[in-house]
Design a protein around this ligand. Structure first.
Ligand SMILES: Cc1ncc(COP(=O)(O)O)c(C=O)c1O
Length: 396
């Protein structure tokens, strides 16, 4: 009998998607579901991006360059300039989503059994990318009581071993919505320089910074050229998750040369989606202003409704479109499944992501869920009401 690899067996299921069969069954049984589990925005993709694909008169849908089309990379570099990030197109490799950029970054800087320090809770697929790369995640816990602020630097230093190669942050954070301050980035910069580590910053939610806070990129921090690797994506910025376009950005020439070899092995990023992504760069600021206003309203409603429920604790997100909520339940995996299988309010239920999968420390976060506020305000209110009613009757 042929056997599955150990790595394959170790690959974690996505906590965001693992309950899909139960949701499908619930729908078959006639329930309607508020999907709060996945960061798939309901916001419209900019028309200009969709139109560019319709207008393209391509006769042969050819491969592009492995590092992505030059003109697109030049335009990305101009976009970054507007955000005070000064990189050239040669510092950019276009990838098939931010996901592939993360895989290329891991592959370029880490060997099997190397270690990466990540503040947790973190984007669940970091566990999957680490397993796929044979890399060990060393978590440093950020707490809901502290609103998920960066843990003290001493906590990072305690975890550094000869195998540590990098620190990975997500800014603004999925699943916490935490936005790192300039001072926090500077503390991380000092530590990576002191210990010769890479600082990978997943900045796919850059635009989603609220309450007058501005996002501070690792690429803005002086002296980090050899250390910083930025991960980016069009998925959330332009509500173009299905385009599958992202990029890896670094001023470190060896990182780019190495990542390019990974890029060559998979030939090229998708051609039509690069056309859409290039056009999306023309999206007017008013689009973002409207989108941000909408997310701030949604966040405010979601948080205030959640705070009204007895026993629920929630940290107020400063960015992105997720929050972690602590519930008066023992095991949110069971609770989330029960919501789909056994509960409804007038035929409606909710799908949430159990937060245990956003931690790598076993047993942590089991009473938490991640909520993506990607639905309209009215739906969010109804969805939280379903949660409230569910918590009244749920027995662990
Ligand atoms: C923090 C973070 N990084 C990366 C990704 C990957 O996005 P994509 O591969 O669609 O660019 C996601 C998707 O949800 C995310 O939330």
């Amino acid at each position: 009998m042929p056997t599955i690899s150990k790595k394959g067996q170790l690959m974690p299921q996505s906590p965001i998607r693992k309950l899909v069969p139960f949701a499908e069954q619930a729908v078959k049984e006639g329930k309607s579901i508020y999907y709060l589990n996945i960061g798939q925005p309901d916001i419209k993709t900019p028309e200009i991006a969709l139109q560019a694909v319709k207008d393209s008169n391509i006769e042969v849908l050819a491969y592009s360059r492995s590092e992505g089309s030059e003109i697109y990379r030049q335009k990305i570099s101009a976009y970054y300039k507007k955000h005070d990030i000064h990189v050239s197109h040669i510092d950019i490799i276009v990838t098939t989503g931010g996901s592939e950029a993360l895989l290329f970054a891991f592959g370029s800087i880490m060997d099997v059994d190397d270690e990466i320090i990540i503040p947790e809770p973190f984007y669940a697929n970091y566990n999957g990318f680490s397993t796929a790369s044979g890399v060990n995640v060393v978590p440093v816990i950020s707490k809901i009581e502290d609103n998920f602020a960066l843990p003290p630097i001493e906590e990072f230093e305690k975890l550094i071993t000869p195998k540590t190669k990098a620190i990975l942050i997500c800014n603004p954070g999925n699943p916490t919505g935490y936005l790192y301050s300039k001072e926090e980035i500077q503390k991380l910069a000092a530590i990576v320089k002191k210990h010769d580590l890479f600082l990978i910053a997943d900045e796919v939610y850059r635009e989603f910074a609220y309450d007058g806070n501005t996002h501070y990129s690792v690429m803005q921090e002086a002296g980090l050229d050899e250390y910083a690797i930025m991960i980016d994506s069009v998925s959330k910025r332009y509500s173009m998750c299905g385009a599958r376009i992202g990029c890896l950005v670094s001023k470190n020439k060896s990182v780019i040369q190495t990542a390019l070899k990974f890029a060559q092995a998979r030939l090229s990023p998708p051609t039509l989606a690069q056309i859409a992504s290039e056009a999306a760069l023309e999206t007017p600021q008013s689009y973002f202003d409207d989108v941000i206003e909408e997310y701030v309203d949604r966040r405010n409603i979601l948080i205030s409704e959640l705070q009204k429920i007895d026993g629920v604790k929630v940290a107020k997100p400063k960015g992105a479109f997720y929050c972690i909520a602590e519930l008066p339940v023992k095991n949110s995996d069971d609770f989330a499944q029960w919501l789909l299988e056994d509960f409804d309010v007038d035929g409606e239920t909710v799908m949430v992501a159990p937060a245990g999968g956003f931690y790598s420390t076993p047993g942590v976060g089991l009473n938490q869920i991640r909520i993506a506020y990607v639905l309209k305000k009215e739906s969010l209110i109804k969805a939280v009401n379903v949660l409230k009613e569910a918590l009244k009757v749920y027995k662990d």
